[in-house]
Design a protein around this ligand. Sequence first.
Ligand code: ADP
Ligand code: YYY
Length: 245
Amino acid sequence: MVDIADLAARESLVVAIDGPSGSGKSSVSKETARQLHAQYLDTGAMYRAATWWCLDQAINLEDKDLVVATVLDGQLEFSTSPDQEFVRVNGIDVTEDIRTERVSQAVSAVASIQQVRDHLIALQRSIIEAAPRIVAEGRDITTVVAPDANARILLTASEEARLARRGLQLSATATPMAEGAQASSYSKETLKQIVTERDKKDSATTSFTEAADGVDTVDSTELDFAQTVDAVLASVARQVTAKNR
Ligand SMILES: Nc1ncnc2c1ncn2[C@@H]1O[C@H](COP(=O)(O)OP(=O)(O)O)[C@@H](O)[C@H]1O
Ligand SMILES: Nc1ccn([C@H]2C[C@H](O)[C@@H](COP(=O)(O)OP(=O)(O)O)O2)c(=O)n1
């Protein structure tokens, strides 16, 4: 059985992680990447940045051709270091702005356009190919972007756990939507709108609620953050060991 040190020393390692909103994809993938001395690719941030640019250009999001042309015109730059997060569109730093509720509400529509996806998926694949080791997370990494990854994981958690985590996260970061908000100020209904409704919209485009063949499910409902990272690392080690046989 390979261990973490073996994985971190590999010349090539691709870990693909998908899951619904609030399952812990970003935070768990980032920590997994740190432990594997790997790069980290947040594909959701790319869809969010493309959406931010369309909103900034004040275009009609229902005009799909215009959305595609606008997205192609937005030069993306982003960090793939798990320790330094930044996203820029045409030189504008949008690291914080892409997390606003305005972007969250519009992103599913932009991400549902196939030409937008083709463009961003090509970019994602080129980053994954260029990296020695990388953990890439999103909604279609295990199935479309990197189906040949060394390890493929669907990270899940019960709806209740995901809503509670998002509530705590939003209150801690106090987004512009809810300046200074505390966890208690988010009703379950509001959190459902934020988390469950977006998942419903995204499900029409990508498949992230059921594990595809060969994809290992890690259910974090009963696990804390550190236990979830350990479960993901154990799954990567198992999958890489099995493929080496
Ligand atoms: N296993 C866990 N237990 C408790 N909280 C967690 C766990 N995994 C992630 N979190 C927290 O839940 C919140 C949502 O996680 P995030 O990584 O943003 O999810 P996603 O990228 O899937 O939307 C974050 O505040 C994160 O620290
Ligand atoms: N590989 C991906 C990643 C994200 N998306 C879309 C769908 C999501 O609603 C948005 C934002 O993704 P993000 O991972 O930031 O979402 P969370 O707020 O972390 O749940 O992008 C996608 O269509 N395909």
